[in-house]
Design a protein around this ligand. Structure first.
Ligand code: ZN
Length: 264
């Protein structure tokens, strides 16, 4: 049984795919396998922790979160570090907006599991409005386009793979209802409730159009058998040769010729 406390336990990470795991496999199979094997722990950045702080607030477990993460407090004064004081300002800004608050008023951190394309998946919804919508909360630098190597500048939603996350959340939620006997279950709209870390935080609710979510689900369908085979040890994981893990474990075979470098 998946619960909040065992959601990211290694045994459940091995058993289920999730949207973060799928996106990580898509980025670099070798790094994700090393993470699953416990050989490599991607660093938790302050940027990520600020997002988790805001998540914890909306979930109503901020005091537990602070107790679990003493590093967010100033060791001498015991007061919140500046980034988290600012996180409080972001939370205050979100709370001041009625629409934002309405989207964030669903059931919090709802865990659902179902099979997609023959493989078990798990999702955890930030704000679930059964029968109406799925909302995911994001705290980010800003809403500007993001440069993605090989793809150029993309809107932040596609740059960060939030379309893939939405597609997986929608499909798993729908499949779980079909499994429960609701044979005509339709997909629920997927929204991102976003706030920025800018000095004066910006807020927005973004809807990812269904055709984009459908296209993203095709990507899941295309890769999932390969990723499952990698997880099962049937296929050797591919290295991307660009990520932190690949850089740290790289073994030089000799000089790189300029023309090859340009093609990488
Ligand atoms: Zn890599």
């Amino acid at each position: 049984m998946l619960t909040r406390s065992n959601y990211f336990d290694p045994e459940n990470e091995w058993e289920y795919f999730g949207s973060t795991q799928f996106k990580s496999f898509l980025k670099c199979e070798a790094a994700e396998m090393a993470r699953l094997n416990g050989e490599y722990t991607p660093g938790t950045t302050t940027a990520l922790l600020v997002g988790s702080y805001v998540d914890a607030y909306f979930e109503g477990r901020l005091s537990e979160f602070i107790a679990e993460h003493p590093e967010i407090l100033n060791s001498r004064s015991g007061a919140l570090k500046a980034e988290y004081k600012h996180a409080n300002a972001i939370i205050e800004r979100c709370g001041r907006d009625r629409t934002f608050s309405r989207f964030m008023s669903g059931e919090k951190q709802v865990i659902i599991a179902a099979e997609l394309f023959g493989h078990p998946f798990k999702i955890r919804i930030d704000s679930y409005h059964p029968g109406k919508m799925i909302v995911d909360l994001k705290v980010m630098k800003d809403f500007e386009p993001v440069y993605v190597p090989g793809k150029g500048k993309l809107n932040f939603i596609e740059a960060f793979g939030y379309d893939l996350q939405g597609a997986i959340y929608q499909a798993v939620e729908q499949q779980a209802r079909i499994d429960a006997g609701e044979t005509d279950a339709e997909k629920l709209p997927f929204y991102l409730a976003c706030a920025t870390k800018q000095e004066t935080p910006d807020i927005a609710i973004f809807e990812i159009p269904q055709y984009k979510l459908d296209a993203a689900l095709k990507i899941v369908e295309h890769y999932i058998d390969e990723f499952a085979a990698v997880k099962d040890g049937e296929i050797y994981p591919k290295r991307c040769e660009h990520c932190e893990y690949c850089r740290a474990t790289k073994r030089l075979k000799g000089p790189v010729i300029l023309e090859d470098m340009q093609n990488e």
